[in-house]
Design a binder for this molecule. Structure first.
Ligand code: ATP
Ligand code: MG
Length: 351
């Protein structure tokens, strides 16, 4: 009996549909080579849909997604036509929240042939960012607004459940990689939340004696990512610190065209979501020149999550072979190739 996985496709806006469409051929081929089937359902939820119907997705959108094992998303948003607050709050955030996708996972690796700003080519880090609480909890307020006495307060919220589960997820990932984990805080300056984070790190670490733990302050690890990235493997950070480190990581790995991401809930009864880090790139949309590498890599993460590790590895290997060869490059990488040329070359290299 063939293994089957239900995948929801949300191509979204701008270059989103271009990079998703280009990925389909690659995914289909990977599935047939590795003996499984992807049952893909396409949802046209986007800013276009919002302008036509007043909603980014239907009222029962979340229920429609629920039966899927994974969601593959292109990009959502078109700031010139729909405010980001609408597109974000009408689609992306409800999905992340409803399915409790608390771990934002971003592999930062310099693919062969990719050029980043660092001299060293040894760059292979997995950043795991807490995605539901912390500094972005939205708790706070302002008083005496507009007066010289004005005060603004923004409260970070760290719960034992939230901190423990992101660290546990990080330790599991470290086990799958080199067995090294870096925990990021600023516990010398933030004496409640970050000291708490350190304590929970120590507690969870007791369950993973095979994983080596290092603790870094955010400022020190940011410098380390640039100066000595080979000393890092899995990096676990809070919402704000992870946000900063993953932008740094994306820059080092050659920019947005090369940056994949996953929003994971390890509880498989809820779909996790896979998407390139980049947005809808309205400036190049509709021209067929978007770089599909970030989306293809996100698709590889999805295959891995679906339990199709061999297919995921093979997709990443095919992707690396194409970037290493360097013959097919989209304009953002200094080439003249089209989105579909790159994707087809990756499909051809699959084994
Ligand atoms: P968002 O608001 O969704 O976070 P953004 O406005 O920060 O997104 P993008 O829409 O990702 O940014 O675009 C930023 C720049 O990077 C644009 O000039 C865009 O053309 C370029 N870019 C982004 N993704 C790609 C890609 N896949 N291929 C080529 N260029 C890209
Ligand atoms: Mg934008």
């Amino acid at each position: 009996m063939t293994r089957r996985h239900a995948v929801a496709l949300i191509p979204g806006d701008g270059i989103g549909p271009e990079v998703i469409d280009a990925s389909l051929e690659v995914l289909e081929k990977a599935a047939s080579l590795h003996g499984f089937a992807l049952d893909m359902t396409r949802f046209d939820w986007s800013c276009d849909r919002y302008l036509a119907t007043g909603r980014m997705m239907p009222e029962d959108g979340i229920d429609q997604l629920r039966p899927h094992a994974a969601i593959l998303l292109g990009a959502v948003g078109w700031p010139a036509r729909v405010p980001d607050s609408v597109s974000l709050h009408g689609l992306l955030l409800p999905i992340r929240k409803s399915f409790d996708q608390f771990a934002n996972m971003r592999p930062h690796r310099l693919l062969p042939g990719a050029t980043g700003p660092l001299k060293s080519e040894a760059f292979d880090i997995l950043c795991i960012r807490e995605n539901t609480e912390g500094e972005y909890s939205g708790a706070g307020g302002r008083i005496h607004v507009g007066t010289p006495a004005e005060v603004a307060v923004e409260t970070s919220i760290f719960t034992r459940r939230g901190v423990e589960r992101i660290l546990r997820f990080g330790f599991e990932q470290a086990r799958r990689r080199s067995g090294r984990l870096a925990s990021v805080t600023k516990s010398n300056a933030q004496k409640y939340s970050m000291v708490f984070w350190d304590e929970v790190t120590e507690e969870v670490a007791a369950d993973y004696p095979d994983v080596t733990v290092s603790r870094y302050h955010i400022d020190a690890i940011a410098a380390r990512m640039v100066m000595a990235p080979e000393t890092l493997d899995v990096v676990v950070a809070s919402n704000l610190f992870g946000d900063i480190l993953t932008d740094l990581g994306a820059a080092i790995q050659g920019g947005l065209g090369f940056a994949p991401s996953a929003n994971i809930n390890p509880d498989r009864s809820q779909p996790s979501m896979f998407e390139p880090v980049h947005g809808s790139a309205p400036d190049i949309a509709g021209r067929g020149i978007a770089n599909p590498v970030a989306t293809l890599w996100s698709a590889a993460l999805m295959l891995d999550h679906l339990g199709e590790e061999a297919a995921g590895r093979s997709l990443l290997a095919a992707l690396s072979a194409v970037t290493a060869e360097g013959r097919l490059r989209t304009p953002d990488q200094g080439g003249q190739s089209r989105t579909t040329d790159v994707a087809r070359a990756v499909a051809d290299r699959l084994s």
